[in-house]
Design a protein around this ligand. Structure first.
Ligand SMILES: [Zn+2]
Ligand SMILES: [Zn+2]
Length: 201
């Protein structure tokens, strides 16, 4: 079983204790293991597609994935598929192979009987449920055998095109804020950032 220390560190990053971020972390650890790689601090090593959408429960899953894989919004090596699913495809960019890992609801009975879920079902907001009760649910999933809570796919070849980084930044001629040159827009004889230019993109 994975150490609980990484779980604690991830909760600090995420901001609260919850089962979905814990499962994102667990899915990440499984994906790294299958690919035979480790969490990365470099954008060019791993790329992650996380299948969550924009407006549903359990999106916290993606924070566990960011923490677990090191693929982050800032590095730009993570993207949301927007499918509303708790799954990732982790790509080993260097060796061009990938694996998909998804959450499997194999402990639904224990989950629905937990005091956390009973309170959620009664309409109590998650922020008003004591942390010990959130932990009860986390532990049900974290301590479960992997085959009960995750589906781990086969490692497959995954050709990967890297478009590189767009270099260079210049100040917007309207607001003066530094903007990546690829995102400056031409307005008359001036170059402006997107919000100043008033364009959608
Ligand atoms: Zn959360
Ligand atoms: Zn501007």
């Amino acid at each position: 079983m994975e150490s609980k220390q990484i779980l604690e560190e991830m909760f600090k990053f995420h901001g609260h204790v919850c089962w979905a971020s814990a499962m994102g972390l667990r899915a990440s650890i499984a994906a790294l293991r299958e690919l035979g790689v480790v969490r990365t601090g470099i954008a060019g090593e791993l790329y992650c597609i996380v299948e969550i959408g924009n407006n549903h429960g359990a999106r916290c899953f993606a924070d566990g994935v960011q923490y677990g894989t090191g693929c982050t919004l800032g590095k730009g090596n993570i993207e949301k598929a927007g499918w509303g699913k708790l799954a990732i495809t982790l790509i080993d960019v260097v060796n061009e192979k990938s694996v998909r890992v998804s959450y499997k609801p194999g402990r639904q009975k224990m989950i629905s009987e937990s005091s956390f879920m009973k309170k959620r079902a009664a309409g109590v907001p998650p922020t008003q449920i004591p942390q010990e009760e959130a932990y009860e649910l986390v532990n049900i999933l974290w301590d479960a055998p992997e085959t009960e809570v995750l589906s781990v796919g086969e490692v497959k070849p995954h050709p990967f095109e890297d478009y590189g980084e767009l270099m260079g930044m210049k100040p917007c001629s309207n607001c003066g804020e530094l903007t990546s040159v690829a995102y400056l827009r031409v307005v008359g004889d001036k170059h402006m950032c997107i919000p100043c230019a008033g364009y959608g993109r």
